[in-house]
Design a protein around this ligand. Structure first.
Ligand SMILES: Cc1cc2nc3c(=O)[nH]c(=O)nc-3n(C[C@H](O)[C@H](O)[C@H](O)COP(=O)(O)OP(=O)(O)OC[C@H]3O[C@@H](n4cnc5c(N)ncnc54)[C@H](O)[C@@H]3O)c2cc1C
Length: 313
């Protein structure tokens, strides 16, 4: 994948190199489109890099992790002839004129744009959260399970991800405390039923963690329960935050139609309300975010763009 010269007009500018952006780029290459992919991270893969569970729901594929999934894609990516710039920060993008300006000052021009920026985990925004990242604040219960054995853990969140992680840790940790804002858990019944009967799991509904405390590592969380006058501290050595995700759409706000949670709205061709601006993958799919959904949407957008460009020629 050679480096593109920025002064040329591209057929397609793809923003984001997770599974959606990569699948779109492969399709664009196959369809003979001049394609440039911009990725802000150092490497491609997006959320795949933080999937530590087996991936068994992508038809025909069974792999141990997101990285293994990426390894399957690698030979195709290396053989393909699209341009890819990683470590690239976009300063601004004008979706109407299809012009982008990079932090480096470089200006890019394209005929069409595909937004494939995915989602990121929501953060609590409380003291201690950033300071103790990697020092007791966990990235993945699956990955860190062995390391957590014998330790007391607090999980923050009330949905499927929080519940699934609580159950995963409950067999190796003496106590797992689930703290969530709501009156009742949003997690599916299969999980909540198992949690309620589990001897290691305690659930604090209508409660929030307001501080994470420690010296060099996490040592405690401060919890405020509804109607309690004062917060209390609970000793834990691990904290896992699972309070949902948010779409990466800050660059595009006020330019295209987003839904009430800031996900991009698209039609059946993956096109936004602006002509030749498409959105694919999790950033446009709040209901069923999956790798197969992301790659399928990439194929749709690429094919629509190719058929329009062929008609123009
Ligand atoms: C723990 C976990 C387990 C999962 N397990 C499964 C599973 O078993 N099966 C399954 O199908 N799915 C699973 N998923 C979901 C799956 O990973 C996502 O649906 C998929 O990664 C979405 O792909 P995407 O390309 O739309 O977005 P992402 O993977 O989020 O990629 C978006 C990319 O865009 C980049 N980006 C964002 N903003 C910008 C910007 N301004 N400029 C340039 N680049 C930008 C990001 O850095 C990222 O590389 C899991 C997810 C997680 C977190």
């Amino acid at each position: 994948m050679p480096i593109a010269s920025s002064d040329s007009m591209h057929d397609v500018l793809i923003i984001g190199a997770g599974p959606a952006g990569l699948a779109a780029a492969l399709w664009c290459d196959e369809l003979g489109l001049d394609t440039l992919v911009l990725e802000q991270a150092e490497t491609v893969g997006g959320q795949l890099l933080s999937v530590y569970n087996p991936i068994e729901n992508y038809p025909g594929v069974s792999v141990k992790s997101g990285r293994d999934f990426l390894d399957l894609l690698s030979p195709k990516l290396e053989a393909a002839d699209f341009d890819l710039w990683t470590n690239t920060t976009i300063e601004s993008v004008d979706l109407k004129t299809k012009r982008a300006v990079l932090q480096s000052g470089e200006q890019l021009q394209s005929i069409s744009i595909i937004i494939a920026t995915g989602v990121r985990r929501r953060q609590l925004g409380i003291p201690g959260e950033t300071e103790f990242a990697g020092r007791g604040i966990l990235e993945s219960a699956t990955r860190d399970r062995d390391q957590l054995a014998g330790k007391d853990v607090c999980i923050i969140g009330g949905g499927d991800a929080a519940a699934e992680n609580a159950l995963l840790l409950a067999d190796v940790c003496p106590t797992v405390t689930l703290v969530h804002r709501g009156k009742s858990l949003k997690a599916r019944r299969e999980f909540t039923e198992q949690m309620v009967g589990h001897h290691s799991i305690t659930i604090f509904p209508e409660s929030v963690v307001i501080r994470i405390l420690g010296n060099t590592e996490v040592e405690a969380v401060e919890i405020l329960r509804k109607e309690a006058l004062k917060p209390f501290q609970m000793a834990v050595q691990g904290v896992l935050v699972r309070i949902g995700v948010q779409p990466n759409t800050e660059l595009f706000r006020e330019q295209i139609v987003l839904n009430e949670n800031n996900y991009v709205m698209v039609n059946g061709e993956q096109e936004t309300n602006l002509a030749n601006v498409f959105a694919i993958g999790d950033v446009a799919n709040p209901l069923a975010p999956t790798i197969s959904g992301a790659t399928g949407a990439g194929a749709t957008a690429a094919k629509v763009i190719a058929s329009r460009l062929n008609k123009r020629k």
